[in-house]
Design a protein around this ligand. Structure first.
Ligand SMILES: [Zn+2]
Ligand SMILES: [Zn+2]
Length: 404
């Protein structure tokens, strides 16, 4: 299988030659993870490499964001390629040489690899790329919950760097190395959080008739919410409503004054999200009223659904096929309820986000943790075999786009 894959791949030779350096860059970033909006060392490294390769840069958008501007010829056309740079606030349990040197911080989502792959593409495009126009290589901060993509846009990314389309990529554990997955339309979910406080009236637990029990009310509300997915949503649509925390009380013999329900909602469309939020509020308010309690309803929309544009996705699929072979591209991959802030960019520009298989974890060096090689797992490590594959995809994508 591995052999067949290598036969099918059309990787760019100078990028293969550059693999060792890319691997060293990736591992250096992995060893020095930085959290959202604190990617100072990482941004410095990216800026230094781009500058060393003769690529003009813009800095400071989204606090630590870096954009490289690779221009050739005279065309006004332009494309954006985007990677993320931030790590997660979690403890790595791998002990190999490039494991995190910063306690409580870890590149457990592979953004170290995303940064290195895009650097590899930038290096090649600047030196040998064949295109007419501009390639913006975008290194964004704070994908993990900070909305760094949004912050770069607010700081003028698309006005200072006018581009026709923007593309993104994420490594995908469990999917075979050298295979791509993508689908037009919704591919990742909107992520939203809620905190609902039910205000009742406490009493001695042996005198329940003197209380307005917020716990009973919270339980009824949480049960009622589950009927939204089961009875209000079109069964063909998808949505998740998970209550993940219930907080109330401090003693076995006291009915408390308050109970709090906390959780997350995920949807693939804004319409379904509107419906769920609206019904959650109604059920909470009316159920509380029925029991004589009051409600504070807080609902926060974080990332919107990630929706791939049909034309750019079809284009990206052709490029992926040319790089890894037709049989290694799943153009109809199953969407995931995970969320991703590249969704903000796709709300303003046409484009496409793809998954690149990271394998099952057999690539990990000895000293890795005993857990699975999954995203956000303390035993995870990005697969360095992906570096030339991802970089080749970026290069071919930009070259074909600025040739058409
Ligand atoms: Zn992540
Ligand atoms: Zn990620």
């Amino acid at each position: 299988m591995q052999h067949e894959l290598e036969m099918a791949m059309q990787l760019i030779e100078p990028i293969i030659q550059f693999h060792t350096e890319l691997k060293q860059i990736r591992r250096d970033i992995h060893a020095h993870p930085e959290l959202r909006f604190e990617e100072k060392r990482t941004a410095d490294l990216v800026a230094q490499k781009l500058t060393e390769w003769g690529i003009p840069i813009l800095r400071g958008m989204g606090v630590t964001g870096v954009v490289g501007i690779i221009r050739k010829g005279s065309s006004q056309r332009a494309i954006g390629l985007r990677a993320d740079m931030d790590a997660l606030p979690m403890q790595e349990i791998n002990t190999f040489a490039h494991a995190s040197r910063h306690p409580g911080k870890m590149h457990a989502c592979g953004h170290d690899g995303h940064t290195a792959m895009l650097l590899g593409a930038a290096h090649y495009l600047a030196q040998r790329g064949e295109f007419d126009g501009t390639v913006y290589v975008i290194f964004q901060p704070a994908e993990e919950g900070g909305g760094g993509a949004r912050r770069m846009m607010d700081d003028g990314l698309f006005t200072q760097c006018p581009m026709e389309a923007v593309f993104g990529m994420h490594n995908w554990p469990g999917q075979a190395v050298g295979t791509f997955g993508v689908t037009p339309g919704p591919m990742m979910a909107s992520s939203n959080e809620f905190e609902v406080v039910i205000k009742g009236k406490g009493s001695h637990a042996a005198q329940p008739h003197r209380s307005v029990d917020p716990i009973m009310t919270a339980m009824q509300i949480a049960q009622g919410w589950q009927t939204i997915v089961a009875r209000n949503m079109n069964p063909i649509a998808a949505g998740v409503l998970s209550v993940t925390q219930i907080h109330a009380g401090s003693a076995t013999n006291v009915i408390p004054d308050e109970a709090t329900l906390i959780g997350t909602v995920r949807t693939f469309t804004t319409e379904v999200l509107d419906l769920i939020e609206h019904r959650m509020r109604e059920i909470a308010m009316h159920t509380a009223a029925a029991f004589g309690a009051e409600v504070e309803f807080r609902f926060k929309r974080n990332y919107p659904p990630l929706v791939n544009h049909a034309k750019e996705t079809a284009f990206a699929v052709e490029v992926m096929r040319s790089v890894v072979g037709e049989q290694n591209v799943d153009a109809n991959v199953e969407p995931t309820m995970g969320a991703e802030d590249f969704a903000f960019m796709l709300q303003e520009k046409p484009g496409c986000y793809v998954f690149l298989g990271n394998g099952e974890g057999s690539h990990r060096e000895s000293g890795h943790g005993l857990g699975p090689c999954n995203l956000h797992n303390p035993s995870y490590d990005f697969n360095d075999e992906l570096l030339p594959i991802g970089a080749t995809y970026w290069v071919r994508l930009a070259e074909s786009y600025l040739r058409t």
